[in-house]
Design a binder for this molecule. Sequence first.
Ligand code: UD1
Length: 422
Amino acid sequence: MAKYIVEQSGPLRGEVTISGSKNAVLPILAATVLSEGVCEINDVPHLLDVEVMIQILRSLGADVSEDWDSHTVVVTPGQSTVSEVPHDLVKKMRASIFVMGPLLARTGSAVIALPGGCSIGNRPIDLHNKGLRLLGARILTGDGIVEASAPNGLRGSLVYLDFPSVGATENIMMAATLAQGTTTIENAAEEPEIVDLANFLNKMGARIKGAGTDTIRIEGVQHLHGTRHAVIPDRIETGTFMVAAAISRGDVLIKNSVPDHVRPVIAKLLECGAVVNDEVDGLRVRGDVKDLVATDIKTLPYPGFPTDMQALFMALLTTVDGTSAVIETVFENRFMHAAELSRMGANIRVDGRTAIVPGNKHQLVGARVISTDLRAGAALVLAGLVAKGRTEVSEIYHIERGYEGFHDKLSALGAKIERVED
Ligand code: UD1
């Protein structure tokens, strides 16, 4: 298994270009199941998770061609009516569940292994199921499998989500595009990835209004056609390089970023004393202007502070002056990285959903640490850049699931990082 060897590096300097969004492209690829024509997706990041989604589409009968030089994926729907997703693919990626809504709407049935929990929490799919049931689907779960069917098609309905779940909003929105009548999703998630998915579906002929607000209306249509779409830039990768600039006390220009998508990250970096400028070419982040200080973080659904940025910010907060509180409200168990950061010298105390993070510019020391999930792994790499000595980050397949060319992009900014096979 591969790992990263990270040495204490100086301030990161230079430019980095952000890839297409992982969390936008996964549901967009799943949504091609709804199409009767060819879909061309541009700005697709080359990630392990994307490869798994492509395998899923192939297993469902689609013809998929990918060109990673141009970051383009072309999906041609097949004639087959397969509606069962292979178990081994679901095990590799939770986001496999995104094909449930599209499959159900297109073929009248979907059989998928239950994705189960992961290191950040239980991650149930009850809200996905609740929404699809309200659209008229019959859903049975048992033996680790979810079986959904709608032999007479789906009907539009009012769906109130008890929590604005990103995945449930996306699954229900996709299924509703081909339902008879109008669906309204209330307390919907408002993330930019939902807007991107709605834009893609609308280009295919869907009628969706309100994506990006808490109420989404979908008027069902009979057919969706092929289209071409470019994926939005990855806001979490953007935030990761913003934190990389700050933690290394560097100066980095982040190209292909959408400042509006990272407002809470900008706000928190400013509170810490970093300088963030929205320049013509991208976002410029400087951590070398004044001493950085503590600030408190509370994760919330969009437009609140993203849970996916929590671990990365925690790494930064271990290096600033003063003590910060980090409160995680979205996932129940997303503090595994706190123990790993503590192995590097940070003395973090976790009590329930709150972590108390004492900061000190010189406290981190290199250690052997484990990447427990995607963002935790990236956070440990960033901590390794400023820790004295050498840090070994293992289980980096988590990182490679969601960051395209992470170590190459960091190296180009001056980071001392090497990928080695164990
Ligand atoms: C998506 C993102 C992930 C991000 C998360 C929150 C993708 C591929 N992944 O994950 O990177 O961290 O949004 O911003 O887009 N929940 C339920 N029942 C459900 C569904 C969710 O209780 O049916 C709970 C979850 O356990 C969690 C919370 O709702 O506590 C948020 O989950 P959700 O918004 O659904 O996250 P994902 O779509 O899985």
